[in-house]
Design a protein around this ligand. Structure first.
Ligand code: ACO
Length: 355
């Protein structure tokens, strides 16, 4: 009998502080009108500085997912944590989450995924393979981000800063023999050609090597610490993310439809059979473009970037959880997930909703 993996439980966590577009105008030269017109975003959530972290938010979402699956934390045998804003440079959030949840059994393993906006879809695919081979029975997959701690709130950083928000989403994956409640297919891609076009390149071991010494603050002082993080990097604001917005936009609107078509072709389905499409919440204009390409009506797409901004690895599980809680995703529905982001990396998944 063939084994599939299914999403058996889901949860989300959004911090309580609402950062509106208008409040951002206190820090930078921007406007509610500009942000809404270009991105669709009205507000985003910010976590409590020094109280909450990416891991603690991931833990809150995980607790809800564990409860929703009707299992106990001790049943979890594998943790996959996707984020680009980890608590520490290392170790990753996977083990921190394990500790936060109080999972003490040594049979549990933890893996961190650094695939930015595609992190959740990559994690879903990894989990799917491990369950299909029989290696694990209860996988906790988390996408969480605390962007608010790492953004440039000056006018110089406005293009990036207005887009991002904090939050977390989590799912539990379990085996099933029923195709009608399983993941049907996942598709992953990457192309590193434009790696630096949507990136935070410092701190890092590059030390300015491939990127122009002056621009990236590399100074040959003979002090090893300077190679990793220099004062000049701090002074020049280089410890912030940068984005070539137009290149990201143009590439995203090509890759999203391509990778969704790939999943549809693999399963012999047509766009009209999709009951719910949940795109990574990058930008409402990108999501609307992809919706149009697929010919999907508004009730077959769920977007919530308006309320939460772009929460990167967390955006798909947060949107999926919210759509489920609102009754917009029901048992048996064909759900399509797709993401594109930094790397560039992109991916898709088609699944029959099981809960
Ligand atoms: N507020 C006000 N004005 C701004 C802001 C802001 N927050 N940001 C930029 N501007 C200004 C610029 O300075 C520029 O002014 P100028 O004409 O006087 O020089 C003007 O607005 C236009 O700037 P552009 O960068 O050309 O604006 P564009 O129309 O490309 O919009 C945006 C920028 C929204 C980032 C767009 O390129 C985009 O949507 N790209 C996709 C990127 C994306 O979705 N990223 C999400 C993260 S990655 C991911 O999840 C896949």
């Amino acid at each position: 009998m063939k084994t599939y993996s299914k999403i058996a439980g889901i949860g989300k966590y959004l911090p309580s502080y609402v950062m509106t577009n208008n409040e951002l105008t206190n820090y930078m030269d921007t406007s509610d009108e500009w942000i809404q017109e270009r991105t669709g975003i009205k507000e985003r959530r910010y976590a409590k500085k020094h109280e909450e972290t990416t891991t603690t938010m991931g833990a809150e979402a995980s607790k809800k997912a564990i409860e929703s699956a009707g299992i106990s934390k001790e049943d979890i045998d594998f943790i996959i944590f996707a984020t680009l804003s980890p608590d520490y440079y290392f170790p990753g959030c996977g083990v921190l989450l394990q500790r936060e949840l109080g999972i003490t059994k040594s049979e549990c393993a933890a893996l961190d995924i650094r695939n930015q906006c595609s992190g959740f879809v990559y994690g879903l695919s990894v989990a799917d393979q491990f369950i299909k081979t029989g290696m694990y029975k209860n996988i906790l997959l988390v996408g969480a981000e605390m962007h608010s701690m790492g953004l440039d709130y000056s006018t110089e950083g406005r293009t990036v800063t207005v887009i991002f928000g904090d939050g977390a989403g989590a799912v539990i994956l379990q085996p099933t023999n029923d195709e009608n409640e399983g993941i049907l297919t996942t598709h992953l891609h990457s192309d590193g050609t434009h790696a630096e076009e949507l990136a935070m390149i410092s701190p890092g071991s590059h030390g300015g090597k491939h990127l122009g010494k002056d621009k990236f603050g590399f100074e040959e002082t003979g002090n090893p610490g300077d190679i990793f993080v220099t004062q000049k990097m701090l002074d020049d604001g280089l410890l912030f993310p940068n984005m070539n917005g137009q290149l990201v936009f143009k590439t995203a609107v090509t890759k999203f439809p391509e990778v969704i078509q790939e999943a549809l072709q693999k399963t012999g389905k047509s766009p009209s059979e999709i009951d719910m499409f949940i795109p990574h919440q990058a930008n409402l204009r990108i999501a609307s473009f992809v919706q149009k390409q697929l010919g999907l009506s508004d009730d077959k797409v769920y977007n919530n970037i308006q309320k939460y901004g772009n929460t990167t690895a967390a955006s798909i599980p947060i949107a999926l959880c919210e759509a489920y809680e609102l009754g917009k995703v029901k048992k048996g529905d064909l759900v399509c997930l797709a993401a594109f982001g930094s790397g560039f990396t992109w991916g898709s998944a088609l699944l029959n909703w099981a809960i």
